[in-house]
Design a protein around this ligand. Structure first.
Ligand SMILES: [Mn+2]
Length: 338
């Protein structure tokens, strides 16, 4: 079935079939409703959360099957309940919809990127009160999602909170708008000021000095993982958001799964030694998503094809999504009553 977003957003190749609407919602796959099979999709415009799949990874510098994550993510839903025991909140209180995937061209990356910008613009125009969560895909998609959001609401100043091992400030003239460039792309296109970007998690021998110099020139705010650990990671996230929120109207949170230590994320080709632990990332994203100015988020660079057989990284990516939404729930005050 075609939704009102078609053809900018198309049904994914995998979706769960529910035997009947009255079944009690306890699992993630029973909770997130596909728009493209809804009988009255227009009603979904009041959703609290919109999921959009971006199956693109031809723009990744290293070979990546991150384009497979949106569907693998959907398949993983069955393994999670909607109830968060740690916080005693049930996410099924939130109305969550799966909008489908942005259509991709097989060889034309520019066209793929244009499609993402257009889909993002449409979604932000249609779902004016929803949190939009893009599931990538490689990190190049972030620049496109943010550009689409900017087109939908040009009057709003957008800031970015990024969890990443890298600056992602590579020069676009070197090898095109790859997953190494999204932040520079946004700065150069005038969509986001460098000083409205906060990057937490940088570490090790994975960035060059010239990228750090560019970050300094542009006023990009970055907190290395070592420094964040000394200050307390949650405190660092809170501080960054506070500073960012004073300057901008809307905050976009981007989670590059390569911020994780490679021991925790075998399914992320660019993860490295010395990165975040699982619990550090989960704590960080929950604190981040609690901020009321956070309106959009993404999870990128997770390659299910590189994951080991019990899919630890796919499960972690799905957990990151649920933890982000836990943060959204906690804005309303904790507890299942809210
Ligand atoms: Mn990145």
């Amino acid at each position: 079935m075609k939704s009102f977003l078609y053809p900018k957003v198309i049904p994914p190749s995998f979706t769960w079939v529910r035997p009947d609407d009255s079944t009690a919602v306890t699992k993630m796959h029973e909770w997130i409703q596909p728009i493209f099979t809804a009988s009255e999709p227009e009603l979904d415009k009041d959703a609290d959360v919109v999921v959009i799949g971006i199956p693109l990874s031809r723009s990744s510098i290293s070979a990546s099957g991150a384009s497979e994550f949106p569907d693998t993510f959907r398949r993983a839903w069955k393994g999670f309940t909607t109830y968060n025991l740690d916080e005693d909140v049930d996410l099924s209180v939130l109305k969550a919809v799966d909008a489908g995937d942005v259509p991709m061209h097989v060889t034309d990356i520019q066209r793929c990127h244009d499609n993402i910008v257009e889909a993002s613009e449409l979604i932000h125009k249609e779902f004016t009160r929803s949190i939009v969560c893009a599931v990538g895909g490689d990190h190049s998609i972030t620049a496109m999602m943010v550009k689409g959001m900017h087109r939908a609401k040009p009057e709003e100043r957008i800031g970015i909170l990024q969890f990443d091992t890298h600056f992602d400030l590579r020069d676009l003239t070197d090898n095109g708008p790859s997953n190494g460039t999204p932040m520079r792309n946004l700065i150069e296109s005038g969509v986001v000021n460098g000083s409205d970007m906060y990057n937490i998690g940088l570490h090790g021998f994975f960035n060059t000095k010239d990228l750090k110099d560019y970050a300094d020139e542009q006023g990009v705010n970055y907190i290395t993982l070592g420094r964040a650990r000394k200050q307390g990671i949650a405190e660092t996230v809170r501080h960054s958001l506070q500073a960012l929120a004073e300057k901008v109207d809307t905050i976009y949170v981007t989670v590059d799964m390569d911020v994780l230590d490679i021991a925790f994320a075998p399914g992320v080709p660019a993860s490295t030694p010395g990165g975040m632990t699982t619990s550090e990332l989960l704590e960080s994203v929950q604190v981040a998503a609690m901020h009321p100015k956070v309106k959009a988020m993404d999870i990128v660079c997770l390659d299910p094809q590189k994951d080991t057989h019990v899919q630890p990284t796919v499960k972690l990516g799905t957990h990151v999504f649920l933890t982000l939404l836990t943060g959204v729930m906690l804005r309303r005050g904790s507890g299942t009553q809210n």
